[in-house]
Ligand binder design. Sequence first.
Ligand code: UDP
Ligand code: MG
Length: 312
Amino acid sequence: MKLSLVVPCYNEAENVAAFEEAVMTAFSGCGYDYEVIYVNDGSRDATLHNLKKLHAAQRCPTKVVSFSRNFGKEAAIYAGMQQAAGEYITLIDADLQQRPEIVRDMVKILDEEPAYDVVAAYQDRRGEGKILSFFKKSFYAIINKLSKVQLQPDASDFRTFRRSVRDSILELTEYHRFSKGIFAWVGYDTKFIPYTACQRHAGTTKWNFWKLVNYAIEGIIGYSTAPLRLATILGGLTAVASLLYLIVVVLQKLIWGIAVPGYASIIVLILLLGGIQLVCIGIIGEYVGRTFEQAKNRPVYIPKEILTYEEK
Ligand code: UDP
Ligand code: MG
């Protein structure tokens, strides 16, 4: 088997058949074997039903993994990669925003340039608002400054890599999976190629602004301990400032005999210190929470059903 396409599907009932059609068209006459692995990530619509139809037809070798509930795209990718039999593995969305034709180019690059282990697509033109792209830029600037691994701005999960890369990724069994970070962490030589995301074939995106914010926090907490250092520095600065102020107050009282006026300054200080303390506890809590989740050592996903095909 030359190539495994891993396709996470969450509420993509109207897309999966069209996706298969597009794959069949793109790969007709490619001259090598490929399989498609669909992962149904606890969809609430007819996705599983439609995937079973594709599996029964087996127009191309097709596997289906179905989760017991929604575990998220990262878990779906993980499950799909575990099933992959191919020499190359491709991660591609089910909504046809990422064209299968580009996968053929990726395969060609891996064939022709043995120095590269990964070919990743990044979006060259984004049809999104100024505010969102500002936040995204800031996110990459911050995380690349704080973290030891370097993320390529705008790189998507849309990528093709060799089996050795897959094996390395599967060795990372962490519960909080932040795939951008995982790809960067495992390293390997990556070639980035531009692509333009198409419109969704049907259905709606699962992202909104707050999900993106949470995703960004997930990335920063998961790939750097700098926020903890920030808490320490903040605490240190506050302590030094209080010490200086204490000296001032004592001198005022002893030397100049000024009765230090109270109410306003006390309220402000209590609120300020309380705020700083809560923020610092929150930061520590984020890490403790993740340690807790990881300590439970739960599986990344639970498969309810796995449909494979007979190897010829
Ligand atoms: N997806 C998934 N589980 C989720 C959310 C999304 O498997 O919890 C899949 C989804 O079906 C699609 C891909 O991940 O194939 C990308 O999702 P989406 O199109 O919503 O993201 P966008 O393209 O807008 O970044
Ligand atoms: Mg999409």
